[in-house]
Ligand binder design. Structure first.
Ligand SMILES: [Zn+2]
Length: 170
């Protein structure tokens, strides 16, 4: 029997519907896809910081690691994730992008469970780069369920980046 916490249903509904009507409890759950096996996990939102694991393959979810996404993996992951997704599109030849890696890793750890941080190597994300019409590398893009909220090509320190993520006016 499949664990009740795994749902393979496609999710393109507004956030309000993440409170499931099919369970007896009123626990608010969020969808988090597994990059390892593709299963869509439904996690109680209050437990998103508790090192959750995929109910199907036991791979860690929301563990604060900087993810690597590409043309193949981005769409299914980003469109089903019910947390903000910060993506850096970068290129190995860009010293600035290489240097930004440690900062992104620290940010990913700091925002664990609240924002997922990922990188897309432009060499493995040519279709994404074209679709996003990115002009400069590196560029940071913030997504909500695959929909771009905003982007910046400015190099930002951690404080400025947190401010930018919050969406408050500068
Ligand atoms: Zn899995």
């Amino acid at each position: 029997m499949a664990p009740a916490s795994v749902s393979l249903q496609d999710c393109r509904n507004p956030p309000a519907t993440t409170v499931s009507a099919s369970t007896t409890s009123a626990v608010h759950r969020i969808h988090v896809p597994c990059l390892g096996c593709g299963a869509l996990n439904r996690l109680p939102v209050a437990r998103r910081h508790d090192a959750p694991a995929c109910a199907k393959c036991s791979a860690p979810l929301l563990d604060g690691r900087l993810l690597a996404l590409d043309d193949r993996s981005f769409g299914a992951y980003a469109s089903r994730l019910e947390l903000p997704l910060l993506v850096q599109l970068w290129a190995p030849w860009s010293g600035e992008a290489r240097n930004a890696r440690a900062g992104l890793e620290a940010l990913a750890r700091r925002l664990r469970g609240d924002v997922v941080v990922a990188r897309v190597n432009a060499n493995q994300g040519l279709n994404l780069m074209t679709g996003w019409a990115v002009q400069a590398l590196p560029t940071l893009l913030l997504f909500d369920r695959g929909r771009e909220l905003r982007r910046t090509a400015e190099p930002l320190g951690e404080d400025a980046l947190l401010h930018w993520l919050s969406g408050r006016a500068r």
